[in-house]
Design a protein around this ligand. Sequence first.
Ligand code: PBG
Length: 341
Amino acid sequence: MIKNHIQTAPAFPKLRMRRNRADPWCRRLIAENNITIDDLIWPIFVQDSDVDREEIPSLTGVNRLSINSLLNDVAEAVELGIPMVAIFPVIGKSLKTEEAEEALNPENIVCRSVRALKKEYPDLGIMCDVALDPFTSHGHDGLVKNGYVTNDETLEVLCKQALVQAKAGCDIIAPSDMMDGRVGIIRQSLEKENFQNVRILSYAVKYASALYGPFRDALGSNLNLAAGDKKTYQMDPANSDEALREAALDISEGADMLMVKPGVFYLDILRLIKDQFAMPTFAYQVSGEYAMIKFAERQDWAQKNQLMLESLKSYKRAGADGILTYAAIEIARIIKSHKAI
Ligand code: PBG
């Protein structure tokens, strides 16, 4: 169809492509993809600490927050109309163990944050990761036996972690661990415990990317990755057929929504998944992407916010229904102020 249209389109000067680009109002009018506040999911780091707010050096403008600061900062997110936040825990070294027991503690920082947020902001969506890496001394997403991250043993713990979070009031459970079978077993437990409306947003397609560095820095889970990397469970960046198989599997196991991660190096995958499955599909602008953009801004290589906005538009073009971004608040402020975006 497109081909025909191009063949029958009038030639220059009847057609001047620049006509429609001549004025800002017209460019706004014909824009095919816009970022709206409804597209934004704000990931937040919370920590159990007397310090209210601690900067994360590798993530300009992002802080580790106490529960008090969390409640304080989320007020602006709610005011701006951001639909959902994602909670990531920063666990003190003394609480990290081989088997991640703290992940199952109903009084852990994730559960307390969720309860506090739900009480203060009942209409805000809350999403929690299911994966053990914030809680393990070795930094892996699962239990390690003989140097290998076990699958089936890990599933049992993940299931309990998901339930603890659902009980605390989490709306969306987001398994980010890439173990086989986790969506199915989590769905089963949620149904059994009467959490029929707790959604599962599966990190269905998650690559073993070098872009997670600042995130691991923020969590303090980097130094401990003794076994080196996560390539025995996260996907090889060389593959795309495999992404389809991963997504199909998670849908069959009961996922309500899918995620592709990272984002900007994987937009082909995002488009593929959206077209193939027509599911609510999200993408994560991960810490390394965010940090690179902020770095470029600091060097004056790009006008403030322009690079960030351009990046987020590329997600929308590729089919994202929503985007996790550490820049959610600043972007929402720009949208709200009706500045040209
Ligand atoms: C945990 C998890 C990671 C991220 C989100 N959840 C890190 C990892 O898999 O090592 C990365 C997010 C980011 O880089 O912003 N499994």
